[in-house]
Design a protein around this ligand. Structure first.
Ligand code: GLY
Length: 371
């Protein structure tokens, strides 16, 4: 789609948005953009378009920004090749796939989320239903599943794939060889799927976007920490942690160690930093500094005292200015999507009038987490 066609289509979307809600206050014209975690640039679920391409094109056609982002994220949630999101996501310690997701709609200041949801491949759509159908912001566990069933979602008995089931079995053999004794006869190296459990326990998709009117929204969806304690909820579905959107300021979403983000509510910090006048990058760096300062437990620190994990933020303001930041810019936190090695840079995905691409994030600290 050409820039002129896009701007015209997006302007029509703006009129539709304004007509839908008299409460929406017109924002300064923004440079439209969709940004996200790097998996937003890789997965297509067998189709033609990636997450960010899908979201961008829908936004350009005048779709509500959140609807466009969710449609994009659904591609990744449904794609069994992403081992950290939706269908085929890495299961919990009992081998059950439990999913977390949150959505936030900036213009209307609405939000919805689900946590520890079993049996629905697209938790972001259930989060949207929570936002649209209930007076609540977060439903969890069996309650979230009952809600989803009543809202018309198909509930499946198992969201594992052969790959995620095998990954769980490999993990059991490694950690519980008394009960799973095959370990002695098996290679303990990572499976062909390409994830190394010691350093890649977390994976998530985040996607946020801004249209020409400055309408900003965001989505975060994950299967959470690999082989987690059943019921563990990470940052992704918690407003202010894995996702925060203020329609007048911008959006921030995260991937990486959710516990660090939960402790600092760092996506909220990022948005508040932008509200105070910081650029997306500077707001992100300030939040990372807070996480670093809050990381005092020796087990979470490297020999030099820095955090021994990575966390990334994807940040956009209502003008369409954006940044990707991480504790460690050199840590390929999304290893495995395209055969990267650990020495590659952490990245984020961007789609704007120049097309889809991946961009290196800015790192706060030198080096990488220790292995
Ligand atoms: N950041 C994803 C999680 O910790 O669950």
């Amino acid at each position: 789609m050409q820039r002129r066609e896009f701007l015209s289509a997006a302007a029509m979307g703006t009129v539709a948005t304004l007509a839908r809600s008299a409460a929406v206050i017109p924002q300064p014209v923004a440079r439209p953009v969709v940004i996200g975690s790097v998996n937003g640039h890789f997965f297509k679920n067998g189709g033609q378009k990636t997450v960010i391409e899908t979201a961008w094109e829908m936004m350009a056609r005048g779709s509500d920004v959140l609807d466009a982002l969710i449609a994009g994220v659904n591609i990744d949630e449904l794609d069994p090749a992403d081992p950290y999101v939706g269908f085929g996501g890495l299961p919990n310690a009992e081998g059950v796939v439990e999913l977390d997701a949150a959505v936030m709609h900036g213009p209307s200041k609405r939000a919805g989320a689900v946590a520890a949801l079993e049996g629905v491949r697209t938790p972001s759509l259930v989060a949207k239903a929570v936002m649209e159908l209930t007076d609540n912001h977060l439903l969890v566990g069996t309650g979230a599943q009952h809600f989803a069933r009543n809202a018309g979602f198909t509930i499946e008995s198992d969201l594992n794939t052969d790959t995620s089931r095998q990954a769980w079995l490999d993990w059991k053999r490694r950690t519980d060889s008394a009960n799973f004794p095959d370990a002695a006869r098996r290679s303990l190296t990572e499976p062909a799927g390409g994830f190394a459990y010691s350093t890649h326990m977390y994976g998530t998709i985040h996607c946020s976007g801004v249209n020409t009117a400055g309408d900003v929204c965001g989505v975060t969806s994950t299967s959470g920490r690999a082989f987690k304690i059943p019921g563990r909820v990470g940052d992704s579905p918690i407003l202010g942690a894995g996702l925060y959107v203020d329609g007048r300021v911008g959006a921030a979403g995260s991937t990486g160690r959710g516990e660090a983000n939960l402790f600092s509510l760092a996506s909220l910090l990022v948005v508040e930093g932008m509200r105070a006048g910081k650029s997306p990058k500077d707001a992100g760096m300030a939040a990372l500094q807070r996480i670093r300062a809050n990381t005092i437990a020796p087990r979470l620190r490297k020999d030099n005292g820095d955090p021994n994990f990575n966390i990334l933020f994807f940040i956009v303001n209502t003008r369409g200015e954006h940044a990707g930041v991480a504790l460690y810019g050199e840590d390929a936190g999304e290893r495995g999507y395209a055969g990267q090695t650990n020495s590659e840079f952490a990245r984020y995905s961007v789609c704007d009038e120049s097309g889809p691409r991946i961009v290196n994030v800015e790192g706060l600290l030198p080096g990488t987490p220790q292995q």
